[in-house]
Design a protein around this ligand. Structure first.
Ligand code: GTP
Ligand code: GTP
Ligand code: MG
Ligand code: MG
Lengths: 280, 292
């Protein structure tokens, strides 16, 4: 938008399309554009300055995303127990490897629990990450009951004196009620094991996910009180816009972002970069 | 649902004989909303609306139908046509080794789809060989081996350190020696914008001359699907698309977006995590799903 621009229907439509193309979704897009219109009123009938509309939209997005509780949770008394959940293929196992490496680097004793006993070679995959991160792993036979693996894993963590326990679970579509019930059961096992646990429940989401991401977040939160989102594959062209709606409706902050397939391709969520990327 | 919304939008048309620009305006807005909620790409939505408007304008409102139902009929037909219509794979010449290569983004469901495709082909009388050409993902080879065992199809792999190109070359020799007639290549997930990895796919393609190149796309993907499809298609000229995770509730607008963007057929639908959860793609079912 060079020079001044009339905040007319055509330019608003263009801005809407940018937001929609970033998977922000119709409802949130309309909410943001309404906010833009509101702020544009002070210009009355004059043209708005160049880039003003885009910068204002960025600000409005940032307003939705800022929150003091976005920092990763740590337990008052170790171990901190983190449960990782999400639908199939989004990057849970990889994110766990990256988190483990980070905490090991910070001097913690970390234990990974291979709670995915369903996927072919899931435990082998996590074991490779544990080796790369430099931490221990607790796993069982494929086909074992995931809740019992978690139960045994938490006991293992105590014997180990672990500061940080990260639990991998099988990918599951939120439409499968029996699998969501299994997840709730896993959560109850963790709750009974230690007061206040799990201290963090991370929902991993692929940045390319469309509007179904919001439904995912609702259902997973209902089954297992999600406390934060890990937004993965942001090194691609997807923007992860549906996380704005997730924040608005459920108060769920994005805490981490995955930016690649290597061990240190995990960063704390950067709302400014996220908002800016939508308009790139 | 959309039928109710269209009936609402068109209630004033009752008693009139033709659809005019004015009275289909609101109906088209409802269609646009439904499509965006279903993750159809904004460009494909625009094109679709233009087509429906053109078809609907001046049309006789059939006395037998509610105007909303009439509109839905036009939308449904146009959608089914855009999703499937003329889309057919060219037949594969008889005899010789058939090579099928699966590619796509990380986590889209390729490895699982390879095993499912192998099972389907085996049940149709073929002698498939699965090829573990993903040398990057931790335990990718193990994963394919476990799946291969499940569907009772042999898996060709090489020890760690081999390059994908070498694996594919040796797999072809092995297949011919062992009388396998169909090679199914599993490749590593990769970003469509990762030039180095896309170059690798082009090299594998040159080596193996696959008769089929299937792009596997996760049906949960939103607006990014078009970018993915366009990049893969421009580098590889894919034969068709496999949509995965259709057992979820994603409305699947990605099907329309991808068809519209690259014009290639959607050939298979993966509808679950079990090996048998794999079927031919049905455009009419997808149309119903997108329309909600
Ligand atoms: N480019 C990119 N790829 C990623 C990222 N995170 C994960 N991946 C890749 O995505 C694919 C799936 O990752 P997994 O960690 O197996 O995903 P998952 O959620 O555990 O999958 P399931 O256990 O099968 O549900 C792998 O190929 C990863 O390397 C990321 O941030 N960027
Ligand atoms: N529910 C469901 N899950 C699926 C379907 N297809 C694949 N999956 C799951 O999606 C996850 C990823 O599948 P993979 O086959 O490992 O995906 P991939 O494309 O090979 O992943 P990378 O090699 O890491 O790029 C696994 O948990 C699969 O079980 C499907 O149709 N429905
Ligand atoms: Mg996993
Ligand atoms: Mg794979």
């Amino acid at each position: 938008f060079r020079g001044g621009l009339k905040l007319d229907d055509e330019s608003l439509e263009q801005l809407e399309e940018i937001l929609l193309a970033a998977d922000v979704g119709m409802m949130t897009t309309q909410h943001l554009v309404a906010g833009l219109r509101e702020r544009a009123r002070r210009f009355r009938d004059k043209d708005v300055p160049a880039d003003w509309a885009m910068n204002t939209l960025k600000e409005l997005i940032l307003d939705e995303l800022q929150h003091e509780t976005s920092a990763p949770a740590l337990a008052e008394n170790p171990p901190t127990i983190v449960l990782v959940v999400g639908v199939n293929g989004v990057g849970k196992t990889t994110a766990i490897g990256k988190l483990a490496a980070r905490y090991v680097r910070e001097g913690m004793t970390v234990l990974l629990i291979a709670g995915d006993t369903f996927r072919a070679a899931a435990a082998e995959q996590l074991a490779i990450w544990a080796e790369r991160a430099g931490c221990e792993i607790h796993s069982a036979q494929e086909g074992a009951d995931p809740a019992s693996v978690v139960y045994d894993g938490l006991a293992h963590a105590r014997r180990l004196g672990a500061h940080m326990v990260i639990i991998d679970t099988a990918g599951r579509l939120h439409t499968k009620t029996h699998l969501m019930a299994e997840l709730s059961k896993i959560r109850r096992v963790i709750e009974r094991d230690s007061p206040g646990a799990p201290h963090e429940t991370l929902l991993v989401q692929d940045a390319s996910t469309g509007q179904t991401g919001l439904v995912q977040a609702r259902v997973f939160t209902e089954a297992t009180q999600v406390t934060g989102v890990v937004l993965t594959k942001l090194d691609g062209t997807a923007k992860g816009g549906v996380t704005i709606a997730i924040r608005r409706e459920l108060g769920l902050p994005v805490k981490w972002m995955g930016v690649g397939e290597k061990l240190d391709d995990l960063e704390l969520f950067d709302p400014e970069a996220f908002a800016a990327a939508i308009f790139n | 649902n959309l039928t109710d919304r269209l009936n609402q939008a068109l209630r004033r048309v009752r008693g009139q004989s033709h659809l005019t620009e004015k009275n289909i305006q609101e109906a088209l807005r409802e269609v646009r909303l439904a499509f965006l909620e279903a993750d159809v790409h904004v460009g494909a939505v625009k094109e679709f609306i233009a087509r429906v408007r053109e078809r609907a304008l001046g049309q006789e409102v059939l006395a037998s139908l509610e105007p909303g139902q009439h509109a839905i009929k036009v939308v449904y037909e146009e959608l089914t046509r855009m999703l499937g219509g003329d889309a057919l794979l060219d037949p594969i010449p008889a005899g010789g080794l058939i090579v099928t290569m699966l590619c796509g983004l990380q986590g889209s469901g390729k490895t699982t789809a390879c095993a499912k495709l192998a099972l389907k082909m085996k049940n149709e009388g073929r002698r498939p060989l699965l090829v573990a050409a993903d040398v990057y993902r931790p335990a990718a080879v193990e994963q394919l081996k476990v799946l291969g065992e499940k569907v009772d199809v042999p898996v060709f792999s090489q020890p760690q350190g081999a390059r994908p190109e070498q694996i594919v070359e040796r797999a072809m020799a092995f297949a011919r020696a062992e009388g396998r007639d169909l090679l199914i290549l599993d490749t590593a997930g990769r970003l469509h914008i990762d030039e180095r990895m896309m170059d690798e796919l082009v090299r594998i393609r040159k080596l193996a001359s696959p008769q089929r190149i299937f792009l596997v796309i996760d049906s949960m993907v939103g607006q990014d699907a078009v970018r993915q499809a366009e990049h893969f298609n421009s580098r590889l000229d894919v034969s068709g698309v496999i949509l995965s995770k259709l057992d979820g509730d994603a409305r699947g607008g990605v099907a329309l977006s991808v068809r519209h963007a690259i014009g290639k057929p959607i050939v298979f639908a993966s509808v679950g995590e079990k090996p048998a959860d794999f079927e031919a793609f049905h455009p009419d079912r997808m149309a119903g799903r997108i329309l909600g």
